[in-house]
Design a protein around this ligand. Structure first.
Ligand code: GAR
Length: 192
């Protein structure tokens, strides 16, 4: 699998993919990092691993279709056949959805369909739920919608703070995302 990872921020999930590839737990090659926030921490992580980066400022384009066409051209150059969104804080539009049908996966820090959108961990905390978690799903045109592939729960205890919940959620993310992608590869996801 030639994998492209999309991210906007710190990139700890990107790092988890890169380490899983290095350690032989993920039969994939990360051919490109796509980042919509030039200067984001994730770009440094990619540079440290010699992974090519396509960094772009969405405001420099005439709308989503225009920057997605630019992304698509980079993906094609690298031969990417699957996209993993890892903290890419932007909806995917028809250009990429049409080019990668059932080939785009997202990670979200809640048990979807609960708490979609921004700050899912804060939303769960404020709602007072005792269980939250992590969801992996295929991407469609909606916000954090699309068929669910895998979920894992995290218990919220009285003594937890947002920070401790976030830490527990991220620890699960870093193992669940590479593991689930590897399972898809082994099941023979038809990447072509
Ligand atoms: C992750 O927790 C991911 O689940 C979340 O952004 C974080 C990125 O962290 N994604 C969403 O909220 C998508 N709706 P990272 O940059 O350290 O990988």
């Amino acid at each position: 699998m030639k994998l492209a990872v999309f991210a906007s921020g710190s990139g700890s999930n990107f790092q988890a993919f890169a380490e899983a590839v290095e350690e032989g737990r993920l039969d994939a090659e990360i051919v490109l990092l796509v980042c919509d926030r030039p200067g984001a921490l994730v770009e440094g992580r990619a540079a440290a691993k010699d992974i090519p980066v396509f960094s772009f400022d969405p405001k420099a384009y005439d709308g989503k279709a225009a920057f997605e066409r630019a992304i698509l051209s980079e993906l094609k150059k690298k031969g990417a056949d699957f996209i993993a969104l890892a903290g890419y804080m932007r909806l995917i539009g028809p250009v990429l959805l049409g080019a990668y049908p059932r080939r785009i996966m997202n990670i979200h820090p809640s048990l979807l369909p609960a708490f979609p959108g921004l700050d899912a961990i804060g939303q769960a905390f404020d709602a007072g739920v005792k269980l939250t978690g992590v969801t992996l799903h295929y991407v469609d045109e909606g916000m954090d919608t699309g068929p669910i592939i895998a979920q894992e729960a995290v218990r919220i205890h009285e003594s937890d703070t947002r920070e401790t919940v976030q830490k527990k959620v991220q620890t699960i993310e870093h193992s669940l995302y590479p593991k689930t992608l590897q399972q898809l590869i082994e099941k023979g996801v038809n990447v072509k």
